[in-house]
Design a protein around this ligand. Structure first.
Ligand SMILES: Nc1ncnc2c1ncn2[C@@H]1O[C@H](COP(=O)(O)OP(=O)(O)OP(=O)(O)O)[C@@H](O)[C@H]1O
Length: 686
């Protein structure tokens, strides 16, 4: 049985070879693709009375032309045409730009429908569309809500509208239901055909909403089905290494740590070790708030892999972090006769050669470095575990590289960007997620203050007081996004100012991205040892730096940073038992900007910050659109529909686990639909 919806778009009246090419550039090839090209918004052409119209709003009105049209030309080809129109016994001025040729048609007494932006005070409308109502030529949009589609330069929205209308008329009956019946009933979803009809041309506002809801659910459900199926396959494919971890020995190691683990740390260690012992390769995200103690969890996992006879690698985004983790891990692991190496960009040729040889022979158990670690000519004897800090920089590509080297290590991603649970399961639905949601005992929340720029003197006095008690401070210098050069200049200015202020008493260090690795390292070391008291820095200190004696964080131009970033920066203090402070210097102009400062002063909990940020801005912004890794949905909205996402995930997980999903006749339409996706094409046999 061939599916009429799989015919090429040229089956639609009015679409020839050329138009088909234009549509192809929108990734529309078949009739089904066309029907699933959903509008991204609607234009409301329902006629309204003037009294309902708000100033500046786009409205549609009907009136009678009255008096003579007036055309004024200016410039070479620019013109402005005005005419009076009587609407509800009120005289309104209608304006067209560059449409002087309409003058002849605008005869007094003609009835006309106008859509455009309305200005209340002047009673005028800037017309974007008009129709004469005495021509008998009925326009499709007259008096209704019309869909607006994304399009290309060559195609008008109107054309797409017409074709979709045609497609619905001819082929609407062939739209098959793909969702299982029990889900339809359980969540009161309207049939697929109705939903598609109503998302394009809503019969009513309510029907439009119902359609949207159903399609959003379908979209999230299909997306989750794919992730879950992938996840299930991955787990079933026993290509991982089942590590024989000597658990008692690991316990002994944990007992020997300088502090007891928090409950949350214990829980995630257990989850990680279970994955490592299993046949499948671990693919797990470890998320925890700033300072929640992820490093120690990483150390335990690395210890375990070595104890099981494997090698481990820890990848971090910057050299500074590599150094820092190297120092921490060395202290913890070297007493246990574990060989650990730092593969850094500043290593000499000879050092590098030695390390590479050590990794190949297995003499070196653990290696730390940036991502070059797995991409270059680095060979391991038997790599069992890869831990990578900041998950978004390590993805599918690197995993492929590892596999091509014949390695199937367990992989643990760590991130200090707390991700609300819903988003985590969206973006990382093919991963297991472990969360450290508890800070080590005795931590005091960082007291956060929001001040204006004119309070600098008081801030300096406060800083002096903190330094006098033996603490250290970070100062994040003013940010000018457009120019790295100016940022640097700012950092240097602040550095000079503070050096002058604290001259003879305290050392002020300067840190920025342009410093050579060696100098960065040097400043950081001196700050770490307490020789530098104040560290002026651009945002390079953002991730992961750990100097527990620092108790004050001052951030200039705080309104220019994202909330996630501010929380990260604040997380550099409050890492010891002392009371710490964060001072945000900001004069935000917008309400949202002010709200963001308030959020920072109100909560210390990264998950709460993330949740409120998400509400304020939407997920794209939160992660930075490019890096988000979040899928773009056509209908669904991860923030607005987050409950639905959770439900869709559960249902998808359940179905994927059923053998009948892959063979049962009741799932045949769903399988047919899924087969459009390359991933499922191989998996689904019928
Ligand atoms: N269970 C614990 N009890 C007491 N202190 C702990 C515990 N776990 C970790 N710490 C200490 O807390 C500090 C922060 O830990 P760590 O550097 O691992 O945090 P993190 O989760 O990596 O945070 P960030 O992402 O901000 O770098 C370190 O000084 C560490 O020694």
């Amino acid at each position: 049985m061939s599916d009429p919806l799989q015919q090429p778009v040229t089956a639609i009246k009015g679409i020839g070879a050329e138009r088909a090419l234009d549509l192809a550039s929108l990734d529309i090839h078949t009739i089904q693709d066309l029907l699933e090209h959903f509008p991204y918004r609607y234009e409301d052409y329902r006629v309204r009375s003037l009294s309902e119209a708000e100033d500046g709003e786009k409205i549609t009105i009907v009136g009678t032309v009255y008096g003579e049209p007036v055309v004024r030309f200016y410039g070479k080809s620019k013109s402005r045409l005005t005419v009076k129109v009587v609407v509800d016994r009120v005289v309104v001025t209608a304006i067209w730009f560059n449409r002087h040729f309409l003058k002849q048609q605008l005869r007094a007494g003609r009835e006309i429908m106008l859509s455009g932006k309305f200005e209340q005070a002047r009673l005028q409308i800037t017309v974007s569309e008009h129709h004469f109502l005495d021509t008998n030529k009925k326009t499709p949009q007259q008096g209704s809500i019309q869909p607006v589609y994304s399009t290309t330069a060559n195609l008008q929205v109107k054309q797409i509208r017409r074709w979709i209308e045609e497609a619905l008329k001819e082929y609407g009956g062939a739209i098959e239901e793909i969702l299982p019946e029990n889900l339809m009933r359980k969540y009161k979803l309207v049939p697929r055909a109705d939903a598609i009809r109503n998302i394009h041309f809503p019969e009513s506002v309510a029907a439009g909403k119902q359609g949207r809801r159903r399609l959003a659910f379908e979209e999230l459900f299909l997306f989750q089905l794919k992730l879950q199926a992938y996840h299930a396959m991955n787990r079933r494919a026993s290509d991982g290494v089942a590590q024989q971890i000597p658990i008692e020995q690991v316990r002994e190691f944990i007992r020997g740590l300088p502090f007891p683990l928090t409950g949350a740390q214990k829980r995630v260690v257990k989850e990680i070790l279970e994955d490592m012992q299993a046949e499948y390769s671990m693919n797990r995200l470890l998320q925890g708030d700033v300072g929640s103690g992820k490093t120690i969890v990483a150390a335990i996992a690395l210890y375990a892999t070595v104890a099981a006879g494997f090698q481990g690698a820890l990848m971090v985004p910057t050299e500074i972090l590599a150094e820092q983790h190297y120092a921490t891990l060395k202290e913890l692991l070297v007493p246990h006769r574990i060989e650990i190496a730092l593969l850094s960009g500043s290593a000499t040729v000879r050092q590098r050669r030695d390390i590479l040889a050590g990794l190949q022979s297995g003499l070196i158990h653990i290696v730390i470095g940036t991502h070059a670690l797995i991409q270059e000519d680095v060979y391991f004897r038997n790599l069992g575990l890869v831990i990578t800090d900041e998950q978004h920089r390590f993805g599918v590509e690197q995993r492929r590289v590892l596999r091509e080297k014949g390695l199937h290590p367990d992989v643990l991603f760590m991130t200090a960007t707390p991700i609300p649970r819903t988003l985590a399961i969206t973006a990382f639905g093919d991963m297991d997620v472990s969360t450290i949601d508890e800070l080590p005992a005795g931590r005091k929340p960082v007291e956060t203050y929001w001040v204006k720029h004119d309070m600098l003197d008081r801030i300096l006095a406060f800083m002096q007081k903190e330094l006098d008690t033996g603490r250290q401070a970070y100062v994040i210098s003013p940010l000018i996004e457009e120019s790295e050069k100016l940022d640097l200049q700012n950092a240097m200015d602040v550095h000079a100012q503070l050096s002058h202020y604290f001259a003879g008493k305290y050392n002020v260090g300067l840190m920025h991205g342009r410093l050579p690795a060696k100098e960065k390292d040097d400043v950081m070391q001196r700050f770490s040892r307490g020789e530098v008291h104040v560290l002026v820095s651009t945002t390079v200190v953002e991730v992961g730096v750990n100097v527990p004696n620092a108790s004050l964080m001052v951030i200039y131009d705080a309104e220019r940073f994202g909330l996630a970033q501010l929380h990260q920066l604040r997380g550099r203090v409050g890492r010891g038992a002392e009371q710490s402070y964060c001072i945000l210097i900001a004069d935000p102009k917008s309400e949202v900007g002010k709200e963001r400062m308030r959020i920072m002063t109100e909560t210390n909990d990264g998950f709460e910050v993330a949740r409120r940020d998400l509400e304020l801005r939407g997920p794209g912004d939160f992660f930075g659109t490019k890096q988000s890794g979040l899928p773009e949905f056509k209908v669904a909205d991860v923030v607005q529909d987050y409950r639905m996402l959770e439900v869709a995930r559960q249902e998808a997980a359940e179905i994927v686990g059923l053998p009948v999903f892959w063979v049962g006749p009741e799932y045949a339409p769903l399988r047919r639909y899924l087969k459009r996706d390359d991933y499922f094409l191989e998996k689904i046999k019928d």
